[in-house]
Design a binder for this molecule. Structure first.
Ligand code: PAF
Length: 271
C-alpha cells in the first residue's frame, strides 16, 4: 500500500496506472474508487472501502482534516486523530494508496481564494448553523476527486445533506466521477457511527442512541422533538424534507454536552 503525502505524488500515482495499462495494451483495468475521509476511521468508513474494493480496480483512501469546513477553531482542534490505526485499517481492507496531505498548504496552494459554493440547500439544515462549512467541504471534495481522477467516489448517507450537495456539484460541473451513496452504519443500539462519537463521555454514550430511537419511534415531528429534548439533547434543527423522488426524510442535529451529533432516517415515501 502506497502512502502519498503530496499532491504531486498523488497525481504521479494516478498517471502511472494509466501508463501501465497503456504499456500492457489493456483497455479498462484502471478504474479508481476514492473514499474521502477526515480519518478517525470506523466501521462506516470500512463499509465504504469494502464497497469501493469490490467495484474498482484501485482504491484510494484520503485522510485529511480539512480546516476550511470547520467554522469553529475548537471543533477543528478537538477532531479525533487516530492516524496509525487508520493506516492499519486501510491496509487490512485492501486499499492500494492512502493520501495524507502533509499540511493544508498542500491542498490549498491558492490559500483558499478559489471556492465552490451552492446557494440554496447548503444554507439550510447544517449550513444554517455552520456558515462556510459546505463551501469548505465541496471545495476539498472537488480537489480530491480531481487529484484521484476518480471513476467513483463513496460517501455515507449519515451525512445526507453533504451527499446531496456533492451529487449536485458533480452534476453541475459535469464531473466524470460517479457519486455513490452508501447506507448509514449503526452501532447495535442504533447510534449512527461517527468519528465524533469518540468524544462522548461514557454517560453521554449511553444517552446518544436515543437520538435515532426518537427519529424512528415518534409518530410526528413534535413527538420526536419532545423525546430528544427529554433525553437531554439541545436541538440545533429537526426537520422533515421531501426529495425530488418523493422520499420523506427526517433530519436532526443536536448537542449532547459539547458534541454535535447528526442523523437522518426515511420516514415516508410518496406512493
Ligand atoms: O465527511 C467527511 O468526512 C468530510 O466532510 C469529507 C467528505 C471527507 C470532506 O472533508
Amino acid at each position: 500500500m502506497k502512502i502519498l503525502e503530496t499532491t504531486k505524488a498523488f497525481q504521479a500515482w494516478r498517471v502511472k496506472l494509466n501508463a501501465k495499462a497503456a504499456y500492457l495494451g489493456v483497455t479498462g483495468g484502471t478504474s479508481v474508487g476514492i473514499v474521502p475521509t477526515m480519518g478517525a476511521l470506523h466501521e462506516g468508513h470500512r463499509s465504504l472501502l469494502k464497497r469501493a474494493r469490490i467495484e474498482n480496480d484501485f482504491v484510494v483512501l484520503t485522510l485529511f482534516v480539512n480546516p476550511t469546513q470547520f467554522n469553529q477553531a475548537s471543533d477543528l482542534e478537538k477532531y479525533p486523530k487516530t492516524l496509525e490505526a487508520d493506516v492499519r485499517l486501510a491496509e487490512a481492507t485492501g486499499v492500494d494508496a492512502v493520501f495524507i496531505p502533509r499540511d493544508s498548504e498542500e491542498m490549498y496552494p491558492d490559500t483558499y481564494r478559489y471556492q465552490v459554493s451552492e446557494k440554496e440547500f447548503s444554507k439550510e439544515l447544517c449550513g444554517a448553523s455552520r456558515p462556510g462549512h459546505f463551501e469548505g467541504m465541496l471545495t476539498v471534495v472537488l480537489k480530491l476527486l480531481n487529484l484521484a481522477g476518480a471513476d467513483r467516489a463513496y460517501f455515507g448517507e449519515k451525512d445526507f445533506q453533504q451527499l446531496t450537495l456533492i451529487r449536485g456539484m458533480a452534476e453541475a460541473f459535469f464531473l466524470p466521477t460517479a457519486i455513490v451513496g452508501c447506507p448509514t452504519v449503526r452501532e447495535e443500539d442504533g447510534l449512527a457511527m461517527s468519528s465524533r462519537n469518540l468524544r462522548l463521555t461514557p454517560a453521554e454514550r449511553k444517552i446518544a442512541p436515543l437520538l435515532h430511537a426518537a427519529l424512528t419511534g415518534a409518530s410526528d415531528l413534535n413527538q420526536a422533538r419532545i423525546k430528544i429534548e427529554n433525553a437531554g439533547f439541545k436541538i440545533d434543527y429537526l426537520e422533515d424534507r421531501r426529495s425530488k423522488d418523493g422520499e420523506l426524510r427526517r433530519f436532526v442535529a443536536a448537542y449532547l454536552g459539547e458534541v454535535r451529533l447528526i442523523d437522518n432516517v426515511v420516514v415516508g415515501v410518496r406512493v
